[in-house]
Design a protein around this ligand. Structure first.
Ligand SMILES: [Zn+2]
Length: 62
């Protein structure tokens, strides 16, 4: 297998898809698509709270 182990770490914490583009936080990874979704979501939207909760998990874990 040519695929390196690092590809495993590119699984997005929010959508659970493996994406090559994204940002790595303390405890995980978020893909570019989800970052766009977060920035497009209104703060009043229930989804926004979901995203924020997921982000907090990544910042606080470990
Ligand atoms: Zn994602």
């Amino acid at each position: 297998m040519v695929m390196s182990m690092s590809a495993k770490n590119n699984i997005c914490h929010i959508c659970n898809l493996c994406c090559p583009e994204g940002v790595r936080l303390v405890a995980g990874y978020i893909c570019a698509d989800c970052l766009i979704q977060i920035s497009c979501t209104d703060v009043e939207d229930p989804k926004y709270a979901f995203y924020v909760a997921k982000l907090k998990e990544l910042w606080q874990a470990g």
